[in-house]
Ligand binder design. Structure first.
Ligand SMILES: *[C@@H]1O[C@H](CO)[C@@H](O)[C@H](O)[C@H]1NC(C)=O
Length: 481
């Protein structure tokens, strides 16, 4: 029994409605997935067993998943969330390979792929989110502790507000508001080690986003000092506002880090798009970021953004959505403004990591048309890593979803390589074939992989409960027009 589906089947599940989010724009073609990796070999012996288990699990919780489907049909976000949190996983994957096998069965499956929240429900039912996480997220338990959005940080040691350089864009937010979003963990060395700023993605906070993956692995290393952003609204508000937090945090962390004022930025998803926006419109940040390491970024937006939103009208023409999700539609003004005038090229040495098989949130994500792909017009050094290209036929090149890239072993090894060398990552400095021989970066366990996979259900829940949804994207700020 094969869980691999052909590239053509993958293409067919991207419905024309998804491929053309705005009626006024030309349809965006989703390119052919080049060489589909031999997933059945990579996943190995676990496949058949896991597949049978998955099918029985889906039938066991079928009525609960059905409740989610009815709520989606009724366009009732509250009912979707209520149904989602009622789903109790009846088993969990036995190991990391099993986790990837279940993810693949759910997200690369044409019958569920067109219904995002049904797939989320199936994921929850199959133990691909840590127990209690969804309830915590639903009852406001997330933006506390290491996800706190109210942090008491001292004033910076140099003037970085209202502007650090005269060419920087103006901030709309106050300096106090910007500073509160920076989470500095105890043990941060203020420059004894090189700071690594973690920027979360849509529907996440910096703490939960990286606590079970890259940040966990880099904690305690002598070449990296993790610090992160917890942005109010979980990155669902106006992406231009999210970008202000990033621009300020880059200059703040540089300012308070005495002997190490050059920092690295690791981002997930929208965090990559918004960091590129900050680098573009706050040129002062380019002088202090020596490595930009975006994971699953969507520099071209995504043709699947509308799939995350519920239709606002029975005609299905308009979708009501959090502002940043509208801004991540491939046709948005935000994406267009970012990419104009060289914004589609890196500003600082950059290594970007993405999954061609299969990012369930950002598409296209294959080859040079990938949303994550950056050019290098300024010659600063760019490496674009589609993991299936370099780990073809090996576990590290099997199925990785939008969140799964955060535990991909090649991505982590190249992040370490970039942090310990000048410029972007360099494949010839690492032992690619032995690195690719694992499903997850060494040092991560099954709970880490489940927690990281669980970022998608959490993001879905926060997206549905976001209070200020809109029909159209927020206007561009004057500095970007
Ligand atoms: C990568 O590293 C190799 C070996 O050190 C070097 O020859 C090559 O020029 C590097 N590539 C880039 C793009 O810097």
């Amino acid at each position: 029994m094969r869980i691999l589906i052909s590239s053509l089947a993958l293409l067919s599940i991207l419905s024309p409605a998804l491929a053309a989010p705005a009626p006024t724009s030309a349809p965006i073609a989703v390119p052919k997935v080049t060489a589909a990796p031999p997933l059945e070999n990579a996943v190995g012996a676990a496949t058949l067993e896991e597949r049978q288990l998955l099918n029985s699990l889906i039938s066991g919780v079928g009525s609960l998943i059905g409740n989610v489907q009815s709520a989606v049909a009724a366009q009732n976000p509250t009912a979707i969330v209520t149904a989602l949190v009622k789903i109790t996983p009846t088993s969990r994957p036995a190991d990391i390979a099993g986790c990837i096998s279940r993810e693949s069965s759910i997200w690369a499956n044409p019958t569920t792929r067109t219904d995002f929240y049904q797939a989320v429900a199936t994921q929850v039912a199959n133990g691909l989110v840590l127990d209690g996480t969804l309830n915590t997220a639903l009852y406001g338990g997330l933006p506390v502790g290491e996800n706190s959005i109210e942090n008491n940080n001292p004033k910076p040691q140099t003037t970085i507000y209202p502007k650090k350089d005269s060419t920087d864009a103006p901030y709309l937010l106050s300096e106090d508001a910007l500073r509160k979003a920076i989470y500095i963990p105890s043990g941060f060395t203020y420059g004894a080690k090189r700071p690594v700023l973690f920027v979360p993605g849509t529907g996440s906070y910096g703490g939960i986003n990286f606590g079970n993956n890259i940040r966990k692995l880099l904690t305690g290393k002598d070449y990296a000092d993790p610090v992160w952003l917890n942005i109010p609204g979980a990155m669902l508000a106006d992406a231009q506002t999210n970008s202000e937090y990033i621009a300020y945090a880059i200059n703040y962390i540089s300012s308070v880090s005495k002997n190490n004022d050059k920092i690295a930025v690791v981002s997930w998803s929208q965090g990559g798009l918004d960091t590129q926006w900050a680098l573009k419109y706050w040129p002062s940040t380019r002088k202090v970021v020596t490595d930009f390491l975006p994971v699953s970024p969507d520099f071209k937006g995504t043709v699947l953004a509308n799939a995350l939103c519920l239709s606002a009208s029975s005609m299905g023409a308009l979708n009501i959505c959090p502002p940043s999700v509208i801004q991540q539609e491939a046709t948005s003004q935000y994406v267009n403004a970012l990419r104009a005038n060289g914004g589609d090229s890196a500003y600082v040495p950059t290594t970007t990591f993405y999954s061609g098989f299969f990012d369930e949130i950002v598409e296209p994500q294959q080859g040079t048309t990938a949303s994550a792909f950056l050019n290098d017009a300024r010659g600063v050094g760019v490496l674009n890593i589609e993991v299936q290209q370099y780990c073809a036929g090996q576990p590290g090149g099997s199925f990785y979803g939008h969140a799964g890239m955060l535990f991909n072993p090649l991505a982590y090894a190249l992040i370490v390589d970039a942090l310990t060398n000048d410029g972007p990552s360099n494949l010839s400095r690492v032992d690619v074939s032995s690195i690719c021989n694992a499903y997850a970066a060494p040092g991560l366990d099954l709970d880490d992989v489940i927690a990281t996979s669980g970022l998608i259900p959490v993001a879905g829940l926060l997206l549905l409960t976001y209070p200020q949804k809109m029909l159209t994207e927020p206007p561009l700020r004057s500095y970007a027009v």
